[in-house]
Ligand binder design. Structure first.
Ligand code: IMP
Length: 429
């Protein structure tokens, strides 16, 4: 099957939205497989900018779009996003969008718990406060309300009772008011008729697509360094963001996920708390942030910025299962006299060529840099290698060498067409 899976290979915000949009043009189905409305994708098509959070990017092109079982779904947020998309001219009807029946719902109590915990914590995680972590906890704790439950109103009171038996104890500990079972039931029953038409089966949709030989694009959210297992724990999100999750989070064979494309920004950013070895808390960091418009799509928070860290990306290409990368935002590096790339770390006389798992060690690592010559001409809008300055090509080649993965796509502006295709992820392997 000529499928493609796209994942973020740093801490998110690598420019996945544009690449996914570009690829979804050539796919017949687009599937989200993890995360929730903590994600934010910006897609620019001509004069129009679409900001998507829960909706798969396929909706921009009217492609069949699946919210897989691995996603946690805030149904109110979903309806709001569908309405916003409608106002922007995108008809997100049940003919286009399918919500997996076995996807877990994010409820107001999850958002509240996320916020209560963040406010109370001495060491904050910097979550998006969208209730994502608490919803995944309930999923694993086997007390979650799932999309399918909205179609079975008779079962809801018992499920709510089980859920609240857990949450009301927690809330008491935080000094928060108990959640009223009747009010939650009424809220869910209120929303059920609007959500029900979208509810379907992710695995059956994908099985039908496979039998019809359709090209499927699996759309990851967040990124490998935010993966619950492989990321900078505990400063991570609550789902697996690696390519393997595409299979479990959608209901397909691991062999069906196709070519794995890691999205990599030409420098590094991070939102929220946690270790970031190449972070620049100086004028250069400010310059990267300003030139790269580094503000969170979801929370509006200023992103932390730093030089490209090849150690991290080499590691995430391995743990994430990346076959090739799409390198984005090369134009943000235009005009720098020198550009630095991290090739290793030092700590207490010890050298590391990987990111050690201990968060305390991660926080103290001192990056070892290699310095490359910058370029004066612009790379913005380049559509072929011939349009790139020689030093920019050298930079890209050095990145490939250091991370041990080839560049398949190069993105040189937010515009859909400003993309250099080196190899076609849908066919080249
Ligand atoms: P949560 O996913 O809201 O629990 O947040 C956990 C961590 O993941 C925080 O550091 C967030 O800033 C980060 N995070 C979650 N979603 C995204 C994203 O889409 N882009 C970048 N960072 C994210």
């Amino acid at each position: 099957m000529a499928n493609v899976t796209v994942i973020g290979a740093q801490w998110g915000d690598e420019g996945k939205g544009k690449i996914i949009d570009w690829l979804s043009n050539r796919a017949e189905m687009v599937v989200r497989f993890q995360g929730g409305n903590n994600a934010g994708h910006t897609i620019v098509v001509g004069e129009k900018t679409y900001k998507l959070s829960l909706l798969p990017s396929g909706v921009v092109q009217g492609k069949r779009s699946i919210i897989g079982n691995g996603v946690v779904v805030d149904p109110w947020s979903l309806l709001e996003e569908i309405a916003k998309a409608g106002a922007a001219g995108l008809a997100v009807t049940p003919d286009i969008l399918v919500l997996a029946e076995n996807a877990v719902l994010v409820l107001p109590l999850h958002r509240e718990l996320d916020a209560l915990r963040e406010e109370a914590a001495s060491q904050k995680l910097g979550t998006t406060k969208r209730g994502i972590g608490p919803a995944y906890e309930d999923k694993v704790g086997r007390r979650a309300i799932r999309a399918i439950d909205l179609k079975d109103p008779a079962s809801l009171p018992g499920k709510i009772e089980r859920l609240l038996a857990h949450h009301n104890v927690l809330r008491k500990g935080f000094g928060a008011a108990e959640v009223d079972a009747g009010a939650l039931l009424a809220a869910l029953n209120g929303i059920a008729p609007s959500i029900a038409p979208y509810i379907g089966s992710s695995w059956r949709e994908l099985d039908a697509a496979r039998k019809a030989g359709k090209r499927v694009l699996f759309e990851g959210a967040q990124a490998v360094l935010l993966d619950i297992d492989h990321g900078t724990y505990p400063f991570v999100t609550s789902s697996n963001t690696v390519a393997g999750q595409a299979a479990a989070g959608a209901g397909v064979s691991p062999r069906a996920i196709g070519t794995v494309l890691g999205i990599v920004k030409s420098y590094t950013t991070r939102v929220g708390e946690g270790p970031f070895p190449t972070e620049l808390k100086d004028a250069t960091g400010e310059k990267l942030g300003e030139r790269g418009h580094e503000f969170g799509t979801v929370t509006g928070r200023k992103r932390r910025c730093g030089w490209f860290d090849a150690v991290l990306v080499r590691q995430t290409c391995i743990t994430g299962g990346v076959d090739g990368i799409a390198l984005t935002k090369l134009d943000v590096l235009d005009g720098f006299d020198e550009i630095r790339v991290c090739t290793g770390y030092e700590l207490d006389g010890q050298h590391f060529d990987y990111l050690p798992a201990d968060a305390n060690i991660q926080a103290r690592l001192v990056p070892v840099y290699e310095t490359l010559e910058g370029w004066k001409d612009t790379t913005a809008g380049a559509r072929s290698w011939a349009d790139l300055p020689a030093n920019a090509i050298k930079y890209v080649r050095r990145v490939e060498e250091l991370i041990g993965a080839p560049v398949a796509l190069l993105s040189t502006s937010p515009d859909r067409d400003d993309t250099i295709m080196v190899s076609d992820p849908f066919v080249d392997r």
